[in-house]
Write a protein that binds this ligand. Sequence first.
Ligand code: ADP
Ligand code: ZN
Ligand code: ZN
Length: 827
Amino acid sequence: MSLLVASVAVPRPVRRLFTYSVPPALAPRCRPGVRVIVPFGRSLLTGYLLDVHESGKDRGTSPPLKPIEEVLDSEPVLDAQVLELTRFAADYYVSSLGEMIRSALPGMKARVEKVVSMTAAGRAALGGGGGVLLDASLPRIASDPLAREILGVVAEFTSAHGAALRLPDLKRRVGPRFKPALLERLRRGSLVEVTEIATSSGLRPRLEEHALLRESEEAPRGSRRKRLLDVLAGHGGTMPVAELLRLAGAPRAALRSLEAAGRVSIEGVESPRRPASLEMALEPRVPVTPTPDQARAIETIREALESRSFSPFLLHGVTGSGKTEIYLRAIEAAVASGRRALYLVPEIGLTPLLARRMRSRFGEVLALLHSGLTDGERYDEWRRIRDGRVDVVLGARSAVFAPIPGLGLIVVDEEHDASYKQEEHPRYNGRDLAILRGKLAKAVVILGSATPSMETFLQARRGRYRMLSLPGRIGSAGLPRVERVDMRREFQEVGRETILSRRLIAGLEERLRRGEQSLVLLNRRGFSTFVLCRSCGEQVQCRQCSIPMTLHLRRKRLNCHYCDDSRPVPSACPICGSAHLHFGGTGTERLEEVLKTALPGARVARLDRDTARGRGAVESLLMHVERGEVDILLGTQMIAKGHDFPNVTLVGVVAADALLALPDFRAGERAFQLLAQVAGRSGRGDRAGEVIVQAYYADHHAIRHACDHDYAGFAARELTFRRAMNYPPYAALAVLLVKGRVFERAREDAGGIARTLRGLAGRRIQVLGPAPAPLERLRGDYRVQILVKAPNRKDLQATVADTLQALDRIKLNVENLVIDIDPMSTL
Ligand code: ADP
Ligand code: ZN
Ligand code: ZN
């Protein structure tokens, strides 16, 4: 007799599928693409069923296959295209398919709960009536009083209810003395069993109670009941219960008695959760006539849409050239041709005004997908998308996996932005997957930017992406004038170190007088960026990371910006005890004070991760700026992201050279992009803009070219450097990072991995390291890394995949190995 078995992908770092048996009762629901609960090791996991087939083997294979525990969905959550995309992505990033699918379905995880039950040994340990008659074969823990109490609670519950006790209930019954470690010792001593059960699929449509009027001749008794029926009849015979009670001013009991009398029935009606950001005020649409450059780009895209074949574009337009209008018209064209569109942005939270504009333009057929949504909101939006009820999806990187039927267009706005890269497992890049998705869907893909990444730019230069250019700004004012201030000279002339140059202060004062707005960029949060002991010369570092701690004055704490650990401000050096501490370096918090002191009366606002905490904080801050209630907005790179404030005519950059301090091959590119982007916020209205860039070392080519609005010059220079150093986009790069609590151990493991790699790598593949990563320690883990460079990505992926397989064979522990294909940085 043959057996029905299923292949399941599990969200664990293993690069293979697992086979489970399908219990007959679940067989009808085991369709490819549904989520299932499966036992895995000692726990239960949400896995993804990919395939069901008859196993040729007889029953009784050894060891027997474990069965699928539960099927979570009645309909597949993965359609063929999304499944293929995750398959490709898992291969591309040499990661596990299950983990990739989990990334594709954010928030769609079943809730799994631990339950505790008794074992025979446990009952024996408790003895007949709680006596201390202890068997010598029992573990020592059985005599611990608190452990016995825990056992007692479990035993009592089990015998009373015939079921296992939920862990939270056990904790509640034992009270504050409950210790997880004790339970773990009981489990290891086989006195109790701790297992997991799935309690819910984690996803449910929200139901709202509706009252429904039933036919009847009989007149109701009681005035409140009569009022209820009148209101209900007045609303066409059905309405939400809450509203009915409110309007009729009647208590629930009155409704219940009507229900009992058969006059009214109450049923659950689905009521979708809507993202709060979709409930915003709409803005009137101001129709614009495309400029000739815009019109040309739109026409080309329209033709590509008609061809219904994969057509990738790079839309390279300077800041303020009207790229957004092109995206929106392209979307309208796609929708008009009966297809759907996906619009990806780096961080929706930073572009609330775009969401509002899209909402005004597309109305109900727009869906939003990003990490700021609750799981319920996201699930409801996801279902609206899957069911084809929306035409346009606006989302962050994981929306590249959205189940959009008939996808015809993908827009990747600010394609150079590092936020497209997921910096946790699995490390995929949403922009690169957008290209792949476009291929699968035969769609038009527009990658847009004023400062394209070197990767995308080279693809366009090689003719793989078609280039669309918008060389000029909308309006007559043109690009802003940029001035560099040499802070070395400033120091000599002023005779002391200053944060704001005289030139920048004068510029800000001028804007205040004219009622115009200014932005000031400083890409470091906090007050002081380091604390130095004047006696021993040591910096106060994070206990978990090799990173100096930042002083946050308002919170009165030192904070690590990498692991978020914090501690009180020390009054003495933690190393030598000296009281001579120096708080150095300037972050945005100090800059805010400096600005307020230098420009009394100015309305200054700060935007950085500290002020952006809390739902809606960024949106309301940006609204204040838009309404002209802020004179000077200062902040980190968050102020550079795509904002369109026509009244901003001055942008100041403090410490431009600090952007170049990172020891990473992309440091120059990132600095150029940030400077060009922030400069692009100036002079977007009718008045010409100005930019003042302060730096001690302003001659770096990234700063020079950004100040000259010279993307082509920068790209030429940067690409020459990348080619000479054999870095992307000329080489395919991977970082293999080994983490560990003990440095020697991490280095040893990395050594083993590097040896395996070198053994497998062909002549054309370079293996560098292992070496301590520039960020040597992070969250308590030492980090040792290996760089792999290959002439192309296929060779790179094959080498890394072969290495993983070989490591599996020699059983080298790779639990703490992070694989990063196309890394954003090598820190
Ligand atoms: P980019 O994204 O290229 O930086 P935007 O799309 O934000 O630029 O456009 C800059 C400004 O120009 C916006 O305020 C936009 O509304 C306006 N704009 C765009 N196209 C036109 C047009 N054809 N006519 C008039 N104004 C336009
Ligand atoms: Zn010291
Ligand atoms: Zn830290």
